[in-house]
Design a protein around this ligand. Structure first.
Ligand SMILES: Cc1cc2nc3c(=O)[nH]c(=O)nc-3n(C[C@H](O)[C@H](O)[C@H](O)COP(=O)(O)O)c2cc1C
Length: 332
């Protein structure tokens, strides 16, 4: 059965990347490596503060570590001072582990927008233009931006900002099809992403609500974008990238991963984290948010999620994952 005519044409051209979009608190090196293995062409690390890098803040510098084999990886900076953004980008370039620098223009959180960073940058196209020129001149790495469609529904500026980014020397723009004021309400506006693509001479990555292969196809078809960014759809589901590619190549939907495949995926994720964080005794804490996602939507999952929430040690987490196969009603 070929449910969507022409789906297979989509990946004849391998220059249409599937991108793991950044998620603060989630897109750490182990998860990025799993997404690469799951078929992501490019992974973007969670945003880090340009100011904190300039001050060589230890915690922030630790966030610049990567997992062997996770390339290509893009580092995302947030900030509103052009000099700091340029210096932080230069520092990241000097570490020799980055394949690109992305500037965050989408974060709607008041602690980021208050000082003028994240989505607040969308309120001044001229300032964005000057800032991006300065960053793009400072590094040899490709510079990109990731933005919302605008600050609110009365100021949809993404097409203008994309043009400014291209003129400033940026290599790519990534658009989440919601305004900052919308947060995560409603649906991503594919029409605005299509307008960005039409206005902009550099590649456009379309982002928002791609949680299935069909949604990825719709994003490509309705916007004409050059690549698709996936964030929440990859949580507990790092296979999504290869499922999309398989759909595009064959026109057929692979079956959803089974409960047991998800248990094995969760175990692999935890092992990756222990390998990366060197058996940090509190490794299980950072994994809780990820592991509950592997078990969403299955019978018996809510009980398991509850148990994950009360885990107090790495050993307990390991035991719980090992028992999870047997916890499925069909395994009884
Ligand atoms: C928990 C969480 C953290 C996020 N952190 C970032 C971030 O650090 N930088 C960024 O540009 N976007 C961030 N985003 C936005 C996502 O990259 C993406 O644009 C948004 O979730 C819409 O895509 P999706 O529908 O595929 O999730 C975050 C989203 C979530 C849910």
């Amino acid at each position: 059965m070929i449910p969507y005519d022409g789906a297979s044409e989509m990946f004849q051209d391998s220059s249409k990347p599937l991108v793991l979009a950044p998620m603060a608190g989630f897109t750490d090196p182990p998860f990025r490596a799993l997404c690469h293995e799951g078929g992501a062409d490019v992974v973007v690390a969670e945003m880090v503060s340009a100011k904190a890098i300039c001050h060589r803040n230890e915690k922030t510098l630790a966030m610049l570590r990567s997992f062997p084999g996770e390339r290509p990886v893009v580092w995302q900076l947030f900030g509103c001072d052009a000099g700091e953004l340029a210096d932080a980008a230069t520092y990241i370039e000097s570490l020799g582990q980055a394949d690109g620098i992305d500037i965050n223009m989408g974060c709607p959180m008041p602690k980021i927008t208050g000082p003028g960073a994240g989505a607040a940058l969308l309120r001044d196209v001229d300032a964005v233009s000057r800032m991006l020129q300065r960053v793009a001149r400072a590094v040899r790495l490709p510079v990109s931006i990731k933005m919302r469609t605008g600050w609110d529904s009365k100021s949809i500026v993404a097409p203008e900002i994309a043009q400014a980014a291209a003129a400033a020397g940026c290599a790519q723009v990534h658009v989440h099809g919601r305004t900052s004021k919308q947060l995560y309400e409603g649906y991503a506006d594919l029409e605005v992403i299509a307008r960005v693509k039409a206005a902009c001479p550099i590649p456009v990555i379309g982002n928002g609500d791609v949680t299935t292969p069909e949604a990825a196809l719709r994003m490509f078809r309705e916007t004409g974008c050059d690549g698709v960014g996936i964030a929440r759809g990859a949580l507990g589901n790092p296979w999504i990238f290869s499922r999309i590619k398989s759909f595009f190549l064959t026109g057929q939907l692979d079956p959803e991963p089974s409960w047991w495949e998800k248990v094995a995926g969760a175990a692999r994720h935890f092992k990756r984290a222990l390998d990366f964080y060197g058996d940090d005794p509190s490794c299980y804490r950072g994994l809780k948010g990820h592991l509950v996602k592997y078990f969403t939507g299955h019978p018996g999952a809510s009980q398991l999620r509850h148990r994950i929430g009360s885990v107090q040690s790495n050993q307990e987490m390991e035991r719980l994952i090992a028992e999870a196969g047997a916890a499925h009603p069909l395994a009884a």
